[in-house]
Write a protein that binds this ligand. Structure first.
Ligand code: PEP
Ligand code: MN
Length: 344
């Protein structure tokens, strides 16, 4: 249920409604709306209905949320979009984030070269995996802790916030030392224990859509994080399995406006993993930005031919600045404010 408070509702009235919701064992989540306060009441509907909140002081109306995801739904924010602030870099609403960096952290030289290049080219955050989900158990699975230290060094040198994948809750502690955004990979999108754990960590989370997951399943994954009181969730479309075999995955750009209709959460697109080919990354990025994506997470490498994984799809560092400018122009078409600092 969603309790929409009156515009002039007092703090006491809001708190009293929340206390009453909690008194029947339900969970009350307050949405920080600019005009009106909305309280999401999550729990047994019959218990909440018995409270008769409709007639309570300060309450405008009580509306059921029909979607299975409640906190992720657009309704709960009353049309307002979530804007996340990641170390001063905003994403959502009018703000576009360009998250760039190598698929995986391979060496100090590789990561720092990539980090400085993408920073100089206008990226707003740095990506790079220290823990890699690989199809083969015999493949390289990332540098682990050593990779995390290198990411910390890259952040110290460039100031770019770090987006890095957490695959296993047992690595949460060291990953939290470095990650400004915890990436949950496509293969872990339905790892509910992991989602709850990152929810409890309070750190911003970027959830990639599973290879064969529906948008509703993605939003339910987000709900696991939100339910723990962590409001900083970013959704990511990265390509899904279809009958098409000409490329790795089919980038579902319809998901961008659709997710934005269904949810208040920022939506980013990964244009690298679907085509698996560098030459297709730019057109997909421009299409995603023009379709209203709140950001792009793209792979960039100083020497893609030597990359340990995903070499063919990684942009070259020397091409990044020009690419970023095109993405900024496409994002402007969808109403985003410029994100490349004037100094670049
Ligand atoms: C990645 O971003 O490097 C990655 C492994 O992505 P996905 O989980 O979408 O396959
Ligand atoms: Mn990759």
């Amino acid at each position: 249920m969603m309790i929409v408070m009156k515009q002039d509702a007092t703090e006491d009235e809001i708190c009293s409604v929340m206390e009453r919701i909690e008194s029947v064992g339900a969970c009350a989540r307050r949405s920080p709306g600019e005009v009106v306060t909305v309280i999401g009441a999550i729990g047994d509907r019959s218990h909440i209905a018995r409270l008769n909140l409709e007639g309570s002081a300060g309450v405008e109306r009580v509306v059921p949320i029909l979607k299975p995801y409640k906190l992720a739904s657009a309704e709960i924010r009353h049309g307002e979009r979530s804007v996340l602030d990641i170390c001063g870099r905003r994403i959502g609403g009018d703000h576009f984030a360009l998250i760039a960096g190598p698929c995986t952290v391979e060496s100090r030289d590789q990561l720092l070269t990539a980090a400085h290049s993408v920073n100089a080219g206008g990226a707003t955050m740095l990506r790079g995996g220290a823990y890699k989900p690989r199809t083969s158990p015999y493949a390289f699975h990332g540098l682990g802790i050593e990779g995390l230290w290198l990411l910390a060094e890259a952040k110290a040198q460039t100031g770019l916030p770090i987006v890095t994948e957490l695959m296993d809750a047992r690595d949460l502690e060291p990953v939290l030392e470095v990650a400004d955004v915890l990436q949950i990979g496509a293969r872990n999108m339905q790892n509910y224990a992991l989602l709850s754990e990152v929810g409890r960590s309070g750190r911003p989370v970027l959830i990639k859509r599973g290879l064969s997951s529906t948008l509703e399943e993605l939003l339910m994954a987000a709900e696991y994080v939100l339910k723990e009181g962590n409001e900083d969730v970013i959704l990511c479309e990265r390509g899904i399995r279809t009958f098409e075999t000409a490329y790795r995955f089919t980038l579902d750009l319809t998901a961008v406006p659709m997710l934005k209709e269904l949810s208040h959460l920022p939506v980013v697109v990964d244009p690298s993993h679907a085509p698996g080919r560098r030459d297709l990354v730019e057109p997909l990025s421009l299409a995603a930005a023009a379709a209203g994506a709140d950001g792009i997470i793209v792979e960039v490498h100083p020497a893609p031919e030597e990359a340990i994984c995903d070499g063919p799809q990684q942009l070259r560092t020397e091409d990044f600045a020009r690419y970023a400018q095109k993405v900024e122009a496409a994002a402007a078409v969808a109403g985003k404010v410029p994100f490349i600092p004037a100094t670049v």
